[in-house]
Design a protein around this ligand. Structure first.
Ligand code: DGL
Length: 274
């Protein structure tokens, strides 16, 4: 029998999922969280379905070994490619970010003209399109891969001339289709939301799936009677590559210092001292 005091496991290809971690922590402050960033193998967004599934299996296996009561796949690419496999294989509930983001978009869009941006893998998977069209059959979905947004966000280069020029290029088609809602279908894109909002213009609602995902986590725990009431629950941060880099870049995503970060052996490279 699973226990309410057990931690929630949150997994992403790197630091981007910290936006989801933060939303869960804000909504469920008493929960203990283990965050695993697969920084040795990021980015996932340019890789094949098979590779992403293999990586996601390895990362979530580590979280299950740590005794988590629920797994959150806080990576859009891994959610798009690996969620069903993980839900079939893991002994705990697994929640992804695609369906919560799609749901928020269908509720918020007035016209049903919905844009989705994400990594090349997420966009080519068709996962957002399928989820949105299932939830709202009258929706018209327009998609665009924006791969350069990931390195820009990691560099902290989120506003000014260069990100704005990149955003204008990527978003031109979605603007031409007059979407009224735009799903930020990648963990990194909320870091660029001011620039994206500026380029899309007023009246376009940006959807970040982090908050909606946190609500799904809460509802799932409540339904299973697994909400933790203890305060002061510990948090643990794991990275498969340099903990120092994770601290530096992740701190920008989280807006605060992350300390300590432990190196986790995923069999990718020899031991990296923390
Ligand atoms: N976490 C990935 C996602 O949300 C973005 C970074 C990557 O390509 O791994 O799709």
């Amino acid at each position: 029998m699973r226990d309410a005091v057990l931690p929630i496991g949150v997994f992403d290809s790197g630091v981007g999922g910290l936006t989801v971690y933060r939303a869960i922590n804000e909504l469920l402050p008493n929960e203990s969280l283990i965050y695993l960033g697969d920084t040795a193998r990021v980015p996932y967004g340019t890789k094949s379905r098979e590779t992403v599934i293999a990586y996601a299996r390895a990362c979530t296996g580590v979280l299950v070994d740590q005794g988590v009561k629920l797994v959150v796949v806080a990576c859009n690419t891994a959610s798009a490619f690996a969620l069903e496999t993980l839900q079939e294989e893991l002994p705990v509930p697994v929640i992804g970010v695609v369906r919560p983001g799609a749901f928020a978009a269908t509720v918020r869009s007035a016209t049903g003209r919905i844009g989705v941006i994400g990594t090349p893998a997420t966009i080519s998977s068709g996962a957002y399109r399928e989820a949105i069209e299932t939830m709202r059959p009258d929706a018209q979905v327009f998609t665009q891969a924006c791969p350069l947004f990931v390195p820009l966000a990691e560099e902290g280069w989120t506003d000014g001339e260069v990100p704005e020029a990149v955003a204008r290029e990527y978003l031109a088609n979605l603007r031409a289709h007059e979407v009224d809602t735009l799903v930020l279908g990648c963990t990194h894109y909320p870091m660029l939301s001011a620039t994206i909002a500026h380029v899309m213009g007023p009246g376009v609602c940006l959807v970040d799936s982090a908050e909606e995902t946190a609500r799904v986590v809460r509802d799932t725990l409540e339904a299973m009677d697994l909400v933790c009431d203890d305060t002061g629950a510990p948090h643990l941060f794991l990275a498969s590559d340099s903990p120092e880099n994770f601290q530096k870049v992740g701190g920008r995503f989280l807006g605060r210092d992350i300390n300590p970060v432990q190196w986790i052996d995923l069999g990718v490279c020899p031991k990296i001292p923390s």
